[in-house]
Write a protein that binds this ligand. Structure first.
Ligand SMILES: CC(C)(COP(=O)(O)OP(=O)(O)OC[C@H]1O[C@@H](n2cnc3c(N)ncnc32)[C@H](O)[C@@H]1OP(=O)(O)O)[C@@H](O)C(=O)NCCC(=O)NCCS
Length: 311
C-alpha cells in the first residue's frame, strides 16, 4: 500500500526513528567508551534478554537476532569471551550444541548503560494509566513485528522420528526452553526440571518409539536445530489426534505452522482422513497454526476442538 505525506502514521514513524536514532547514538558512545564494537553491544543486549526470558542462547540463535552470518558471529563471540562477558559451554545432553552464557560482568555493564535510562522511562510511564499503557504495548508489539529480523519466512522443517539419541537432544531443548507441563503429562502437576522429571520425559517418549501404542512422535528440526516435538496419535482407522510444543526461542516464527503442515502430509500418507486437536481459547499461536492449516475450530467455553480434514 502507498504512503502519502498526509498519512497520520508517518508522524509516529518519524518519532520512532528519532527514539531509536537517539538510543543507537547512546549505545555507540557507550560501546566506544568501553572498547566494544556497536554490534558487540547489541549482541550482549540480546544475550541479557535471553537470560531474563530463560531462552537457551546458541550462536545460531544469535546470528538470527543480529542478521549476521555464522563466521561473523563466531568472531563476535570470540571477542565477547576474551573480554570476559560471555562463556561458551557445551550442552551436557546435546554435545553438538554450544550455549552462550552471559557473565556477571556483562550484567554490570548492561546496567551501567541502561540503568539510568530505564529508570527515567519507567518514571515517565507513570503518567499513563493502565488502559493507555495497554494500547502502547499493543502498538509497540505490532511495530516490532514489522521490523523483526527473525520474522517468519516460511521456515523449512523436517520431522525426525524419535529414538534414544534424538530424545536426549529434545530433552535438552525442553529443559532449557520449556516447562515439564508444556511437554508431557506430569504427575501432581510437577512443573520444574529435576532428575525425576527428566527421567519421566525419557520414559514417556520411549513408550512411543516406532509408533508404539499408536502414537508417532517426531522431533521438529528447523535449519539443522531441534526446536520441539509434534505427535500423531491414532484414534481410529480414519482419525488421528495431534499436539505439539516448541522451545521458547523457536516460537512465533512460523515453525509450528510448518511442522503441522508436515504432519498433515505424514498423516495423509498413513491413510488418516481427519486430524483433531484440543487446545484453549487463549492459545492464539496454536489456534493460528491450526486455522492456517485449514482446521475448523469449535469453542466449548475455554476449550477449543480443532478438526482438520485431509485431502
Ligand atoms: C503452539 C505452538 C506450537 C505454535 O507454534 P509457533 O511456531 O509459535 O506458531 P507460528 O509462528 O507458526 O504461528 C502460528 C500463528 O499464531 C500466531 N502467533 C504466533 N505466536 C503468537 C503469539 N505469541 N500471540 C498471538 N499470535 C501468535 C502467528 O501470527 C500465526 O498466525 P497466522 O497464521 O494467522 O499468521 C508454539 O507457540 C508453542 O510451542 N507453544 C507452547 C506449547 C503449546 O501451547 N502447545 C500447543 C498445545 S495445543
Amino acid at each position: 500500500m502507498d504512503v502519502d505525506d498526509g498519512d497520520a502514521g508517518l508522524e509516529l514513524v518519524h518519532l520512532l526513528r528519532r527514539i531509536t536514532g537517539r538510543l543507537d547514538l547512546m549505545a555507540a558512545e557507550f560501546a566506544a567508551a568501553n572498547g566494544l564494537h556497536p554490534t558487540d553491544l547489541r549482541a550482549l543486549i540480546h544475550l541479557l534478554d535471553a537470560r531474563r526470558e530463560e531462552l537457551a542462547a546458541t550462536p545460531g540463535w544469535l546470528s538470527g537476532k543480529l542478521a549476521l552470518n555464522s563466521a561473523s558471529v563466531t568472531a563476535l563471540v570470540d571477542r565477547l569471551v576474551r573480554a570476559g562477558y560471555v562463556r561458551r559451554t557445551r550442552d551436557n545432553r546435546d554435545r553438538r550444541r554450544v550455549l552462550l552464557t552471559v557473565q556477571d560482568e556483562a550484567i554490570r555493564l548492561g546496567w551501567s548503560f541502561y540503568g539510568g535510562i530505564i529508570t527515567d522511562m519507567v518514571d515517565a510511564m507513570r503518567e499513563f494509566d493502565g488502559a493507555e499503557l495497554a494500547v502502547a504495548r499493543r502498538f509497540l508489539d505490532r511495530m516490532h513485528d514489522v521490523v523483526r529480523a527473525d520474522k517468519p519466512t516460511n521456515p523449512v522443517v523436517r520431522l525426525v522420528p524419535l529414538d534414544e539419541a534424538t530424545t536426549e537432544r529434545l530433552l535438552s531443548v525442553a529443559v532449557h526452553e520449556a516447562r515439564p507441563t508444556d511437554v508431557m503429562p506430569t504427575q501432581d502437576g510437577a512443573d520444574t526440571w529435576t532428575p525425576a522429571t527428566e527421567n519421566a520425559f525419557r520414559e514417556f517418549h520411549r513408550s512411543h518409539f516406532h509408533g508404539a501404542n499408536g502414537t508417532v512422535m517426531y522431533a521438529v528440526e528447523s535449519e539443522g536445530s531441534l526446536t520441539g516435538m509434534i505427535r500423531m496419535a491414532r484414534v481410529s482407522q480414519d482419525e488421528a489426534e495431534t499436539g505439539m510444543w516448541l522451545g521458547r526461542s523457536a516460537r512465533g516464527k512460523g515453525i509450528g505452522t510448518a511442522a503441522l503442515r508436515a504432519l498433515v502430509a505424514e498423516a495423509a500418507a498413513a491413510g488418516v482422513r481427519t486430524i483433531v486437536a484440543d487446545t484453549t481459547s487463549g492459545n492464539s499461536a496454536a489456534l493460528g497454526a491450526l486455522r492456517t492449516c485449514g482446521a475448523t475450530l469449535t469453542h466449548h467455553g475455554d476449550d477449543v476442538r480443532a478438526e482438520l480434514p485431509i485431502g
